[in-house]
Design a protein around this ligand. Structure first.
Ligand code: NAD
Length: 273
C-alpha cells in the first residue's frame, strides 16, 4: 500500500470515528438490562457517542454501577440509573413516567437488552422455567416496545429507533434452550411486526442476534460447551459485548435511517447461510 493511501485511510478512520463520536448528541436513550454484559456495553457506547442514557435494570445496584462508569453526555446532562422489571406492565409504565418527568420527553432510542436463561432439556423442563423465560424475554420485549412507542406517538416525536436483542439460537435452536429459543424467535417476529406498524410514525424497529458473547450470561455455560462452540465459530472466538454494542449504536443512529424490520447477526459467522 502506498504511503498516500495509508494516509488517506488514517484520515478516513479519524473522520469516521469523529462522526461516530457525535452522532447521538442530544438523543435521550433507554437501555434495559443496562446493568450487565451487552446492555452495559451498549450504555457505554451510546454515552461515548454523546447520548444521555437511562440505564434500567432489575438490579438497581448494577444500573448505578454502569452509570458511575459512563462518560458524561456532551451537553452535561446526567445519565440516570433506575430499577425496572421488564416482565411487569406496571413497572414498565412507571419507568416511562419517571423518564418523562425527569427529561420532559420520551426516549427516542431504546435498546432492550434485558434477558434471562433457565436452561434444561425439553424432557425435564418445568412449566415454570418455560413461563419465566417467555415472560422476561418475550413479554418484556412486547411491554418495553409498546410503552416506548406509545410515548413517542403521544408526544408526536418525529423519529424513534427501537432495538431488541434476539439471539441466533432463536433461528437455529440449541440443546437445553427450548424456552430461550422460543422466546428469542418470538422477539424477532414481534420486532418485524412492530416495524411494519410503527414506520408510519417514523419509528424504526430492528433486532440484533448475537451468537456467543462473553458476558455473565455465558459465564454459566460449562467450559467444555464453550470450547465446542468456539470451534464452530468461523472467526474462531467468542464475541465481546462491545462488538454487539457497536451494531446497536448503528441501528440507534440516523446512519441506519433506511433500515427497519431487519435482524442483524453478530455471531462471528456461526450458522451462516
Ligand atoms: P447478562 O445476564 O449479562 O445481562 C442481562 C441483564 O438483564 C442483567 O443485568 C439482568 O439483571 C437484567 N435483567 C434480567 N431480568 C430482568 C428483568 N425482568 N427486568 C429488567 N432487567 C432484567 O446477559 P447478556 O449476555 O448481556 O444478555 C443481554 C441480552 O443479549 C439478553 O437479551 C440475551 O438474551 C441476549 N443474548 C446474549 C447472548 C450472549 O452470548 N451473551 C447471545 C444471544 C443473545
Amino acid at each position: 500500500m502506498s504511503p498516500f493511501s495509508e494516509q488517506t485511510r488514517n484520515y478516513n478512520n479519524t473522520k469516521n470515528n469523529m462522526a461516530a463520536a457525535t452522532r447521538l448528541i442530544s438523543r435521550l436513550t433507554l437501555v434495559t438490562g443496562g446493568g450487565s454484559g451487552i446492555g452495559r456495553a451498549v450504555c457505554q457506547r451510546l454515552a461515548a457517542e454523546g447520548a444521555s442514557v437511562v440505564v434500567a435494570d432489575i438490579s438497581e445496584e448494577s444500573a448505578h454501577e454502569t452509570v458511575a462508569g459512563l462518560q458524561n453526555d456532551l451537553r452535561g446532562q446526567a445519565h440516570t440509573a433506575t430499577a425496572v422489571d421488564v416482565s411487569s406492565k406496571e413497572s414498565v409504565t412507571q419507568l416511562l413516567t419517571t423518564i418523562q418527568t425527569r427529561y420532559f420527553q420520551p426516549p427516542s432510542v431504546c435498546v432492550h437488552a434485558a434477558g434471562i436463561t433457565q436452561d434444561d432439556f425439553l424432557l425435564s423442563m418445568e412449566e415454570e422455567q418455560f413461563d419465566r423465560v417467555i415472560k422476561v424475554n418475550l413479554k418484556g420485549s412486547f411491554l418495553v416496545t409498546q410503552a416506548v412507542a406509545q410515548a413517542l406517538v403521544a408526544c408526536g416525536a418525529p423519529k424513534g429507533s427501537i432495538v431488541t436483542l434476539g439471539s441466533i439460537v432463536g433461528k437455529v435452536g440449541n440443546l437445553g434452550q427450548a424456552n430461550y429459543a422460543a422466546s428469542k424467535a418470538g422477539v424477532e417476529g414481534l420486532t418485524r411486526t412492530a416495524a411494519k406498524e410503527l414506520s408510519r410514525f417514523g419509528i424504526r424497529c430492528n433486532c440484533v442476534l448475537p451468537g456467543f458473547i462473553s458476558t455473565p450470561m455465558t459465564d454459566k455455560v460449562p467450559e467444555k460447551v464453550i470450547s465446542k462452540m468456539k470451534s464452530l465459530v468461523p472467526l474462531g472466538r467468542m464475541g465481546e459485548p462491545a462488538e454487539v454494542a457497536e451494531v446497536c449504536a448503528f441501528l440507534a443512529s440516523d446512519d441506519s435511517r433506511y433500515i427497519t424490520g431487519t435482524s442483524i447477526e453478530v455471531t462471528g459467522g456461526l450458522f451462516m447461510g
